[in-house]
Design a protein around this ligand. Structure first.
Ligand SMILES: *Cc1c(COP(=O)(O)O)cnc(C)c1O
Length: 355
């Protein structure tokens, strides 16, 4: 792999306090890039200084949104090793997203090797304070010029890194959600289960409206009946109902989160049952009223766990667990992050040490 390195005096100054960084606002010195052409496959893998990308204005990504991305984090262990959390899952999911968007597959070993080489070079950027991490954003875009509606034959895969503090300004305090019936994020048969930018573009308007109403995010409901909870757009949703974890099943419109998968896999071990089944807004409303809904929280790489204290639905605000962080949200957060930061035994083999 070609590497173009900067002289010491050209490197950017480090952040002061990583806990104060806005999510994805600062980037490291280098990026990984690799090109693809239909007749050549992937070629010219390279690490080079972080810089603008120059593309033809007719490149397909600009007009028809042929793009997929991933989101991961790197941590430093107490022994100063660079750790990633289940990166093979991200490599596999990126390939599923690529397949859905008619884009070429990236061999898993190349995907992970690219991340490893970049992380080793950028180790000084990985924050040491728990709650902060080095966010990894692998992205593939269709770069071929031309306005015809068809898949590109040329692509660019790049990886950028960003030191991040906690995702929500609220920290580990509960956020409020607007259960939205006016817009939808995704529909079965659409692109909801692919990590592609278009899903986000289409949800910005609802997020702005939620913020105007004083809520942090949108609680997306199913597109057909607006009845069942789907997810939060960058997080999957969990409820604790009658002492059981409940989360919506993956049926094509929900992004299959790796945090979600990990929580399901460890639930029994930490002492709680788990059900993947549809959760209706009627059940949420009833659960708040009769007390069977004990907790709600979102789960995703960026925020890890984000407790939900309020849901606004049909003109009424429903308060969950007195708008306090619940014991299961707290417990799952602690178990997950202590594995991710290499502080506790990795009994599921989830932690990947960068070599
Ligand atoms: C990335 C993402 C998630 C969370 O997935 P993780 O793998 O847990 O980070 C949830 N929903 C959407 C729409 C996403 O893009």
């Amino acid at each position: 792999m070609k590497k173009t390195l900067l002289s010491e005096d050209k490197l950017k100054p480090l952040y002061d306090d990583p806990m104060k960084l806005d999510f994805g606002s600062v980037f490291t010195d280098y990026m990984f890039v690799m090109k693809y052409k239909e007749d050549k496959g992937w070629y010219d893998a390279e690490i080079k200084p972080y810089d603008n990308i120059s593309l033809d204005p007719s490149a397909i990504v600009f007009h028809y949104g042929q793009e997929v991305f991933e989101g991961q984090k790197a941590y430093l262990s107490p022994d100063d090793e660079i750790l990633m959390f289940r990166p093979c899952e991200n490599a596999k999911r990126m390939n599923r997203s690529l397949e859905r968007m008619c884009m070429p597959q990236i061999p898993e070993d190349i995907y992970i090797k690219a991340e490893e080489e970049l992380l080793k070079l950028e180790k000084r950027w990985i924050p040491r304070i728990k709650g902060s991490a080095l966010y990894i954003r692998p992205t593939v875009i269709g770069t071929e010029p031309g306005l015809g509606v068809r898949p590109a034959k040329e692509f660019l895969f790049f990886i950028i890194l960003s030191p991040v503090g906690p995702y929500y300004k609220e920290g580990f305090n509960p956020i409020g959600l607007w259960a939205c019936e006016d817009y939808t994020r995704a529909v079965v048969g659409g692109t909801g289960e692919a990590k592609t930018g278009g899903n986000y573009a289409g949800s910005l308007k609802a997020i702005l409206e939620a913020k105007k109403m004083g809520y942090s995010q949108v609680l997306w409901l199913d597109a057909i009946e607006h009845k069942y909870v789907e997810e939060v757009g960058a997080m999957n949703m969990f409820f604790v109902i009658n002492n059981k974890l409940v989360t919506a099943p993956l049926k094509g419109s929900i992004l299959p989160g790796i945090t979600r998968k990990s929580i399901i896999e460890m639930a029994y071990d930490i002492g709680i049952g788990v059900e993947e089944r549809p959760v209706s807004m009627d059940e949420i409303v009833k659960g708040v009223e009769d007390g069977s809904l004990q907790e709600a929280f979102g789960a995703g790489t960026a925020a890890v766990i984000s407790p939900v204290g309020k849901i606004f639905y049909r003109g009424k605000e429903y308060v969950i667990n007195n708008n306090k962080t619940g014991k299961w949200a707290q417990k799952i957060f602690e178990v997950l992050t202590s594995i991710q930061y290499g502080e506790s035994e990795d009994k599921y083999n989830w932690v990947y040490k960068v070599k």
